[in-house]
Design a protein around this ligand. Structure first.
Ligand code: UDP
Ligand code: MG
Length: 318
């Protein structure tokens, strides 16, 4: 990328029920990017908001011709909204950031500097923040350790969907049409030259987190079951250990027969019960793991779109 030509940069911003917040955020981002030597486009993806977000975005598009608003037909989730924005983007570079002001726009110049220097991915990593709720901090820490332990794809703890990417990295990402999307893992999977930038996460500019516990849980499931086969191997190893134990017991019982001491064999009801329960429980857990994979495969083979667009200001109004 030559620094002499004006590089076009798309800011991809997923928005779900951020009334009040998104207008404030737009002004903040503008104040940062307006002096920069890039041609910016704001791609707001309205992820089926039910409050006045839609109107606010329309007003932004009315006053700032660089604003493009893509409205999804319903709430598809953060990862799907980001995907919609990436698919729509044509810029030389893309910056993804949240609409709630938690991803400091002040980092954008530095991110783009690195992209111009030849990095394909500049990943924002949240510094440990005391204000981050204890529960979120703890679950997120545990989650990243587990994920890195069981999957071959490295994901930084505290990595956020706050990053800049070059055109070729975005195109690589777009070549992954999977339905269950964990972008942090996918971005790490594609490779390319990457840099990490630490950032300090601000408080939300307003409103509350749109990541309910259910959404967080589904994201964790998507990360684990689409990036790792470890749960299946857990099953395989447990099964192997049980078989070995059974073999040992067989030898033990046979030894009584060989030495003619069968009368010494206690009618071991409790141990039998124990084994039945353990084996039964484990079988169910493993069946569950297999079930999840089958479910994921089922959803992939349906080839359903990750999101559906209701309107796009670039293609005229509804
Ligand atoms: N978001 C979205 N769809 C959703 C949930 C969230 O587009 O179903 C957007 C939200 O508006 C915000 C970003 O994704 O811009 C991150 O969400 P949030 O700030 O609620 O998550 P947190 O920072 O609490 O993890
Ligand atoms: Mg947030």
């Amino acid at each position: 990328m030559s620094p002499h030509q004006k590089i076009s940069v798309d800011l991809v911003i997923p928005v779900f029920n951020e009334a009040g917040v998104v207008t404030q955020m737009h002004a903040h981002v503008r104040s940062v990017v307006d002096g920069l030597p890039y041609a910016f486009t704001f791609i707001y993806v309205d992820d089926g908001s039910s409050d006045s977000t839609e109107g606010e975005l329309a007003a932004l598009a009315g006053t700032d011709e660089r604003v493009r608003v893509i409205s999804l037909s319903r709430n598809f989730g953060h990862q799907a909204a980001l995907t919609a924005g990436l698919d729509a983007s044509r810029g030389d570079a893309v910056v993804m950031l949240d609409a709630d002001g938690q991803h400091p726009p002040e980092m954008i110049p530095q991110m783009l500097d690195l992209i111009v220097q030849g990095y394909d991915i500049v990943q924002g990593q949240r510094t440990d923040d005391a204000r981050l709720g204890r529960f979120k901090k703890w679950t997120s820490g545990l989650f990243y350790h587990l994920l890195n332990f069981i999957s071959g794809t490295r994901v930084l703890p505290g990595a956020a969907d706050f990053r800049a990417m070059s055109r070729r990295a975005v195109d690589a990402l777009k070549a992954m049409p999977e339905y269950h999307r964990f972008l942090r893992g996918m971005v790490s999977w594609i490779g390319f030259k990457s840099a990490i930038l630490l950032y300090h996460q601000e408080e939300r500019a307003g409103g509350a987190s749109k990541y309910s516990f259910g959404k967080m849980f589904r994201l964790a499931m998507d990360a684990i079951f689409s990036f790792s086969l470890a749960p299946l191997y857990v099953g395989l190893s447990l099964g192997g250990i049980l078989l070995l134990l059974a073999l040992a017991e067989m030898v033990y019982v046979l030894s009584f027969w060989v030495t003619g001491r069968t009368s010494n064999l206690a009618p071991g009801w409790s141990s039998l019960m124990f084994v039945i329960l353990i084996v039964g429980g484990m079988l169910m857990v493993l069946l569950g793991f297999i079930g999840v994979y089958v479910g994921y495969i089922f959803q992939e083979v349906k080839r359903r779109p990750v999101y559906l667009i209701k309107s796009d200001t670039e293609n005229g109004k509804e």
